[in-house]
Write a protein that binds this ligand. Sequence first.
Ligand code: EPZ
Length: 423
Amino acid sequence: MDKFVIEGGKILNGSIPASGAKNSVLPILAASIMTRGTSVIRNVPDLQDVRTMMRILEYLGAKITFKNGTIEIDSSDINRCDAPYEFVKTMRASIALLGPLIARFGKAQFSLPGGCVIGPRPIDLHIKGLQKLGVDINIEDGYVIASVKSGLKGNYVFLGGSFGSSVLATANVMCAATVAKGTTVIEFAACEPEIVDLANFLVKMGAKITGIGSPCLTICGVKKLSPAEHKIIPDRIETGTFLLAGAITRGNVTVEKCQPLHLGAFLERLGETGVSIKSGRNFIAISGISRWKPVDVVTLAYPGFPTDLQAQMMAFLSLADGVSVITEKIFPERFIHAGELNRLGASIQLDGSRAIVRGVKKLLGARVMASDLRASAALVLAGLAAEGITEVSRIYHLFRGYHKFEEKLNYLGAKITRQKDTT
Ligand code: EPZ
């Protein structure tokens, strides 16, 4: 296993482009199997999760090429509709195949996704939503066994759960509804930009969807879909992560080829800390300050503050001039990074789904361990600001969602080396 060795105290300056959004690519690749023929997906980041999804699709029988950020996927010869545990356990997002497999084959066998370090990952909303469209679903030996006897039928589906909307449950039900007989209304649908991107791809495939971007989607079923070409939206979480890398090192960082409109809540909070922010049609520039103000953050479904930027924001606020309270409303247990940040000298106390972050004057380099994708990014950000050397082990988590992470940070002036972790 590899580790990052970070020499802290370097100020990051400069511009980098945002990559395509991981959480848009995954459901769109899944949706492309709903029709025979070849779809072309552009602006695809070369990430481990993308490679995992490609492996699953090839296992199902798809033929895929991935060159210079473009994936061509020919789903004509897909002849399986099962997703075994060894795939699903490595990437929970493979659940995004459930709806498309049912839409194409009228059946699917899917390993129940395990939990993960950010908390339990139930799929009750996926199951409830698909059942409303006429899918028979049983759970047997850790597998979801789904089948449709007399065809998918449009229906009214309420998809609100105890934590609000569900991104991938919305994706699954929307995909299945595109070829259901009749009209489906999805109430309390997720409004994340990645769901909008998926809906726009489905419309290019011939789906009839209105209300895109709103919590109420109306889908009129069509007889068949066709392959489509699509360019993936910029990754808002990667964008926010790099802006915080600039802010925590008191530098001036611009992220280009991004979509500022997808980061409203995040930029609002970041601006309240005193960091100066300039943005245009497709760029965001921040100018760091020596000491920033604390802010309270509550993670919510889009357009609220994204849970996927919570850990990175906690790292930044650990050096604020006062106390910040972070409330995690999406994944209440998503605080595994707090303990590791405290090893770097932060002063963070957990109280259920809240983290009390008492700003400290400085962080001190130490050895810390990454645990999930976004927590790993938070530890790297803290290491950039800490005095001395920080070693982040188990950095393989990062490669799931960040393409050339350390290269991009080093290009901005960081000093990060990747080394074998012999401990
Ligand atoms: C997507 O996961 C993202 N993953 C996550 O990003 C992101 O954190 C999450 O949405 C929330 O924005 C992808 O898009 C691949 P949810 P998803 O269903 O769809 C509860 C990253 O770091 N829930 O929107 O699995 C659930 O427990 C990843 O890129 C149910 O109760 O998340 C959570 O509390 C991490 N029942 C809340 O809803 C269900 O059936 C939101 O989860 C489904 C979810």
